[in-house]
Design a protein around this ligand. Structure first.
Ligand SMILES: NC(=O)c1ccc[n+]([C@@H]2O[C@H](COP(=O)([O-])OP(=O)(O)OC[C@H]3O[C@@H](n4cnc5c(N)ncnc54)[C@H](O)[C@@H]3O)[C@@H](O)[C@H]2O)c1
Length: 215
């Protein structure tokens, strides 16, 4: 089965997908250090992952390593970026231009990961009509008129109490993927992918692990 088909059928396990951007960052660093080749053993050692896991993760892409030398750094960067969809720029709308929304609007890293915020929506008269990093902010009621089939990604950064309603509005307006930063479990039909993301979840894990570190 081709890697494209595997991806379509959702056979790539989530932990593998989550590790791939880390491999990419590692490889970009290797490139800056003028390294031409890198082996899965080296990636594994430097990233603290099992070598067989690295090989397995990379096998979901089309790349094959060369015996003894490993993977060509440039080629692997290209393959990973393409596989993860980072080469084509997806347009996104942001809902909630508050503290977190602002931070995301200022994050230049998103472009490198294939996401470009083209407009933001809010209800606060203090921000409506302004631009942040060149991204215009509209009243959320304008979204209906601005429906665009080329914008299928929505970033949800509104207060928790409005999250479900705004998510429904997004879905009704043709948004197919919601990057949900709110702590609310969004309920929508199967035609919309909702990806929850929480800094605090990782903080909780860190605190828990710190409690188990030997003193
Ligand atoms: N996932 C994370 O790691 C993480 C981190 C910080 C905050 N959050 C969550 O992100 C959300 C935003 O947090 P914040 O600190 O930026 O809050 P904030 O109050 O600074 O910003 C929220 C913005 O949403 C706007 N808003 C309110 N109702 C709206 C609506 N119906 N449509 C569009 N915009 C609307 C507000 O006017 C405000 O500008 C919260 O749900 C918070 O819990 C998550």
């Amino acid at each position: 089965m081709s890697s494209e088909n595997k991806k379509k059928e959702g056979l790539v396990p989530e932990p593998s997908l989550r590790r791939m951007p880390c491999y990419l960052a590692y490889l970009k660093l290797a490139k800056r250090r003028n390294q031409e080749f890198v082996s899965s053993t080296h990636i594994a050692r430097d990233m603290g992952v099992d070598p067989t896991q690295v090989t397995k993760d990379l096998s979901y892409t089309s790349i094959v390593g060369k015996t003894r030398v490993g993977y060509e750094v440039n080629a692997l960067i290209e393959v990973l970026e393409d596989f993860l969809g980072f080469t084509k720029l997806d347009k996104a709308y942001l809902f909630g231009a508050g503290s977190l929304g602002n931070a995301l609007l200022h994050d230049h890293g998103l472009d490198q990961y294939g996401l470009k915020i083209v407009a933001a929506f809010d209800v606060d008269p203090k921000v409506i009509g302004r631009s942040i990093e060149g991204v215009p902010i509209f009243h959320v009621s304008e979204f209906e008129k601005m429906k665009d089939e080329n914008v299928q990604v929505g970033i949800l950064t509104v207060p928790a109490e409005f999250a479900q309603d705004v998510a429904q509005l997004m879905a009704a307006g043709g948004i197919k993927g919601i990057w949900n930063f709110t702590p609310i479990r969004i309920r929508l039909g199967d035609d919309v992918v909702v990806q929850d993301t929480s800094l605090y979840a990782h903080l909780a894990v860190m605190f828990n692990r710190m409690g188990h570190v030997k003193k």
